[in-house]
Design a protein around this ligand. Structure first.
Ligand code: NAP
Length: 535
């Protein structure tokens, strides 16, 4: 690890040591750029460091949710389960940092507070809580889901018990035995937390504003035969996945027809088969489930029937059944979520109908009723995509502040660059397909594209590269138009910024699939970085 922070002149400063930042450091350094990475956390791992709540586990199979850039890494690493749990993912991040000797250029416990583009020097001057840095290029790999959403509940500061947030879980183990626990939220984090807490706590009360759709993970030990088959041609498996809409799932094809055209029995069999396979596969049963509301309703109805089969109390089951299209909010992948509501100490409270009025010293008040508990878990998600960037005092050309630039939404080009912010790139940011893509496929693509762009600029003697405002406007128009042809605009979700009061309602990730996006990025590069201005 590098010694004390200092105003060191670098070619590239990478912010973030999650899976995007680690690969950026490895790739750019291997290309000969003087590169350092910083992270606010005391460990590598990014989201898998922060989200260490009980039950945290990836929702894409680990043989797919992992790096492809090193054949020896992907051959040597063995995942113990089909879907790795958070500790194993953290071990993987640590292994990568050690294996590629990344720590010597990595400074942890260092939060970037500001960055200013110095036009005369054509460099980014970066402020941290541990000193200053100067770099020609700034690569922000700070994650789309790294700024926790802490709702401003009245009275939260007067709660007498323990308050925990899923995305900022304490390092020390939390013993919930004998406790009366409340969980606010029913998104992916809560869906993983709830079955574990239900098994440990004396009582559990879940406060649900909007029900989630959850499908079984069917997690278990990794099948050695499957692992051997994939490893026999891992590169081919990765290449096939990169041609998939979401960068994973190449071994399952949808039925070649609209869900509406399938005979009722065949359709039910297709949904049933995918429910048995587990994970996101259900949404891939027919090609039009996310683009046709009537097709979507058939899948939604299938899951609602499953909920009613699993949950014994009909009132609770009914409350758990969502009324919006399935997949509109990110589908949750669970292990025992619905079954948890069959346990005697578990209660579901609908705060969609009766919103929380206040947190009280002994619990909370909603709909005129007091609910008592001693431990409060906020599984209330993130200020997605824009939150992490807006926490940094980022100033581009002419002192342009990111908060002014993004007042009405995150203007960007290709989801990688921002007009007015030369030589700045970000990984898995707004305008990129990251939320709909296997994160590893997304970040490897972004970093490779950024590395090529920097090399291209340098080879032709350019000092700075920046998106043009016209290219940016056209890109943002596309990002906003694409979801209109899908089910994604038919509910309130973090994709739309709808979970954060006052946040502009614009669609944040790019809809349209990873392959089309990658083709577009390649075409931009082939045409001499079309849409960019070089100085
Ligand atoms: P989330 O999906 O945004 O869920 C947050 C929950 O908190 C929602 O149920 C939301 O209700 C509720 N909520 C937020 N503010 C509230 C308020 N003021 N009052 C009452 N309820 C409130 O967040 P998340 O569960 O942390 O997941 C975010 C994303 O992280 C996921 O979509 C996924 O991409 C990723 N993730 C993945 C995994 C995995 O399985 N690997 C696990 C966790 C997270 P509304 O729905 O009404 O807004």
């Amino acid at each position: 690890m590098i010694a004390a922070a200092r105003a060191e002149a670098l070619d590239v400063l990478v912010v973030g040591a999650g899976f995007g930042g680690l690969y950026a450091l490895h790739k750019l350094r291997a290309m000969g750029w003087r590169t350092r990475a910083l992270d606010a956390a005391p460990s590598v791992g990014g989201t898998w460091w922060a989200n260490r709540y009980p039950g945290a586990r990836v929702d894409i199979q680990s043989l797919e949710y992992s790096y492809s850039f090193s054949e020896s890494l992907q051959q040597d690493w063995h995942w113990t389960e089909r879907y790795a749990a958070q500790p194993e993912l953290l071990r993987y991040a640590d292994h990568v940092a050690d294996r590629f000797d990344l720590r010597r250029d990595l400074q942890l416990d260092t939060r970037v507070t500001g960055a200013r583009f110095d036009e005369a020097a054509c460099r980014w001057q970066v402020e941290t809580d541990r000193g200053a840095w100067s770099a020609r290029f700034l690569v922000l790999a700070i994650g789309p889901l790294s700024s926790p959403n802490l709702p401003a509940f009245d009275g939260l500061d007067r709660f007498a018990g323990q308050v925990l947030h899923s995305a900022a879980w304490p390092l020390a183990p939390v013993d919930l035995a004998g406790r009366h626990v409340a969980v606010i939220g029913t998104g992916s984090s809560a869906v993983q937390i709830i079955p574990i807490v239900a098994a440990q706590a004396e009582t559990l009360t879940v406060f649900q504003r909007t029900p989630a759709y959850a499908v079984p993970a069917r997690n278990g030990p990794l099948d050695p035969a499957w692992e051997a088959r994939i490893k026999a041609d891992y590169a081919g498996f990765r290449a096939r996945n990169r041609r998939m809409y979401s960068g994973f799932g190449c071994e399952l094809s949808p039925r070649p027809m609209s869900a509406l055209d399938a005979a009722a029995g065949d359709r039910e069999a297709a949904f049933e088969e995918r429910w048995g396979i587990g994970g996101f596969s259900l949404l891939g049963a027919f090609p039009d489930l996310l683009t046709n509301l009537r097709s979507n309703e058939l899948a939604a109805d299938f899951v609602r029937r499953k909920i009613r089969e699993i949950v014994r109390d009909p009132v609770t089951a009914s409350r758990l059944c969502p009324g919006y299209p399935i997949g509109c909010k990110r589908l949750c992948v669970d292990t025992g979520y619905y079954d948890a509501y069959n346990q005697p100490g578990v209660r579901l409270v609908d705060i969609g109908a009766d919103p929380i009025e206040a947190i009280t010293p002994g619990g909370l008040r909603a709909g005129g009723r007091d609910h008592r508990f001693d431990t409060l878990i906020l599984a209330t998600g993130f200020d997605a995509y824009t939150g992490p960037l807006l926490r940094i005092d980022l100033r581009g050309r002419d002192g342009l502040r990111i908060e002014d630039k993004w007042r009405a939404g995150p203007l960007n080009y290709l989801g990688l660059t921002i007009a007015g912010f030369p030589n700045l790139f970000y990984v898995a940011g707004p305008g990129s397909p990251s939320a709909f893509t296997n994160f590893f496929v997304a970040v490897e693509h972004h970093v490779d594209w950024i590395a090529d762009c920097i090399s291209w600029l340098d080879a032709r003697g350019g000092r700075a590269i920046e998106a043009s405002e016209s290219a940016e406007a056209a890109w943002v128009a596309q990002v906003n138009l694409a979801p209109q042809r899908t089910v994604f605009t038919h509910c309130n979700s973090w994709y739309l910024g709808a979970n954060i009061p006052g946040k502009p309602r614009v669609f944040l990730p790019l809809v349209g699939g990873f392959p089309a996006y990658a083709e577009r990025c390649a075409a931009v590069a082939e045409r001499g970085y079309d849409g960019f201005v070089v100085r």
